[in-house]
Design a binder for this molecule. Sequence first.
Ligand code: 5GP
Length: 142
Amino acid sequence: MSYDDDNIFAKILRGEAPAYIVEEDAMSLTFMDLMPQSEGHTLIIPKESAQDILHVSSEALGHVIRQTQRVAKAVDEAFHPDGVMVAQLNRAPAGQTVFHLHFHVIPRWSGEAMPFMARDMADPIVLERHAEKIRKYLKNID
Ligand code: 5GP
């Protein structure tokens, strides 16, 4: 399967679809997941057009992994979860639903169910509040 320019994350990168953006730099975009698995669920994507981890340049991947670690630290400080899940899925049988490479940072709390698939649309006001909360801590993380 080749890269499809019409996927939703490509549209977000082009500014054709809205997103609650946490941070943008020359090589990556960090934004809130629209149907979060928990409070603070954040996505990190490269700007490079790569459908999955098997099709990305090592330079872009290195940058995105570094950004994922920064976001994990910021989310940890912002939400104080018991655990932080970093997830990345490749191709539909592995659970991938959006075919532009992305890393999930998902705060987890002890005793909470982990509904990996079942999700509801989040309140826009809450998403913006969470984006702002993470932004605040990102400023202090190299
Ligand atoms: P995947 O299952 O491909 O690893 O994850 C795709 C993620 O993208 C899901 O967590 C889903 O909630 C999220 N998602 C799907 N459509 C949109 C959208 O339009 N905007 C945002 N911000 N997230 C989306």
